[in-house]
Design a protein around this ligand. Structure first.
Ligand code: F3S
Length: 397
């Protein structure tokens, strides 16, 4: 792998041990994947933030990086933590968990990483432009950045995205190269397949992710359903969870499909109502529910507004968590959406989500395909997967 003189010096440890370690990680990974060089990135999104998922080993790894007082070189945002950083007691989080979680957050702050704690950085100011190289680790955000925005990132691991942020570069391979960004399959969807609202996109994502694993789909007629940005966010997140899809194209909807030919292989897969119904069957494992959650990926303001309208003058029979970023919550508070939701008995939970917070053994209702894939293993939960309108109708009065 070609390295500049400056990169060689960093690798030789001339600028300290932390930079050497970060460079070593980038070079080792680059060599494994046959990268010819490193390229500059314009931003990073770091995952592996919740103490629940990274544990003591992760905490020590991140604290270690702060020892030489280095800072990240590019704007860097952070994935959700394991708790709301202000209201963790209300969530029933233990003192010992909170103490470790706050140490993790403090270490990221010392590295000058924005304590955004959201998986939707593209809704809160970290918005890469078309064609820009970035190093993002959150799989749903990777899908969004590659597909909707036309930025270029591999689906990085947390440590690699962090090392890239510190060095300001990433290995040049995979989705950074135009020739690896072409679709392998054309997806056609029967009109009858869409018999639900937003949860349909999770069900569709589940089907396509399971079928294609890490390939790149091209949705030829998805645009007929007029999906919103929020619905595309649900689709991409679920394809990344049930398979490993980091990039998709969709006629008239995604960035690269609008400006160039993005199809390499014209094999067609048709998806009908039967496949979508099967997906609902597979994702649904509970009938009786303890908690409703929305915001996987984190809610936009529009989603919170819709939930507040659904809850106007209603009382929830069980808890509701609406997960979002601190940025979106601030506007929700100002618009009185938070007030409406809390009067109905729900909570706006920021900085965290139903999957990475330490909840366990609860039966959970959600409109998110990604959460429905992860909750059974991450939280030992059974899941009710449906449109939020249907869930609220069933569990409110
Ligand atoms: Fe975000 Fe948590 Fe889902 S990090 S994408 S809300 S699993």
């Amino acid at each position: 792998m070609y390295l500049t003189k400056e990169e060689e010096k960093i690798l030789d440890g001339e600028y300290g041990e932390i930079l050497r370690r970060c460079m070593n990680l980038l070079v080792s990974l680059g060599e494994i994947y046959g990268a010819e060089k490193l390229i500059e990135i314009s931003s990073s999104q770091v995952s592996g933030v919740s103490y629940k998922t990274i544990g003591d080993y992760g905490l020590e790894f991140i604290e270690d990086l702060t020892k030489e007082n280095i800072k990240v070189k590019v704007p860097t945002t952070l994935n959700p933590a394991g708790m709301d950083l202000d209201r963790w007691r209300e969530m029933g989080i233990s003192e010992s968990f909170a103490e470790k979680q706050l140490r993790i957050i403090n270490a990221f702050r010392k590295l000058d990483i924005e304590i955004s704690c959201t998986c939707t950085p593209y809704l809160t100011g970290n918005v890469p432009r078309f064609g820009e190289h970035i190093s993002w680790a959150e799989s749903s955000a990777v899908s969004y950045a590659n597909s909707i925005l036309g930025a270029k990132t591999n689906r990085e691991g947390g440590p690699l995205a962090l090392a890239s942020a510190i060095i300001g570069k990433t290995p040049y391979y995979g989705y950074h190269l135009d020739e690896n960004r072409k679709a392998n399959y054309i997806i056609k969807i029967d009109k009858e397949a869409k018999f639900k609202e937003e949860s349909f996109y999770g069900a569709l994502g589940y089907v396509v992710g399971e079928m294609l694993k890490k390939d790149i789909p091209y949705f030829e007629d998805l645009y007929r359903f007029k999906p919103s940005i929020e619905e595309l966010k649900l689709l991409g997140a679920t394809m990344a969870a049930s398979g490993g899809i980091a990039l998709y194209h969709a006629k008239n909807l995604t960035a690269e499909a609008k400006v160039k030919d993005v199809i390499e292989n014209r094999e067609v897969i048709e998806i009908g109502k039967e496949e979508i119904m099967e997906a609902y069957d597979k994702l649904n494992s509970a009938d009786d529910i303890d908690l409703i959650t929305v915001g996987c990926p984190h809610c936009s303001l529009k989603e919170i507004k819709e939930i507040s309208y659904l809850l106007k003058n209603k009382k929830l029979k069980i808890d509701l968590w609406v997960c979002c970023s601190i940025h979106i919550k601030a506007i929700s508070d100002r618009m009185n959406y938070t007030d409406t939701i809390e009067k109905a008995g729900g909570k706006i939970i920021k900085d965290t989500c139903m999957v990475v917070s330490p909840i366990k053994n609860l039966n959970i209702a959600t409109n998110s395909g990604k959460a429905s894939v992860y909750l059974p293993s991450f939280c030992k939960s059974n899941v009710l997967f449906d449109d939020i309108k249907e869930i609220i109708k069933r569990y409110s009065e």
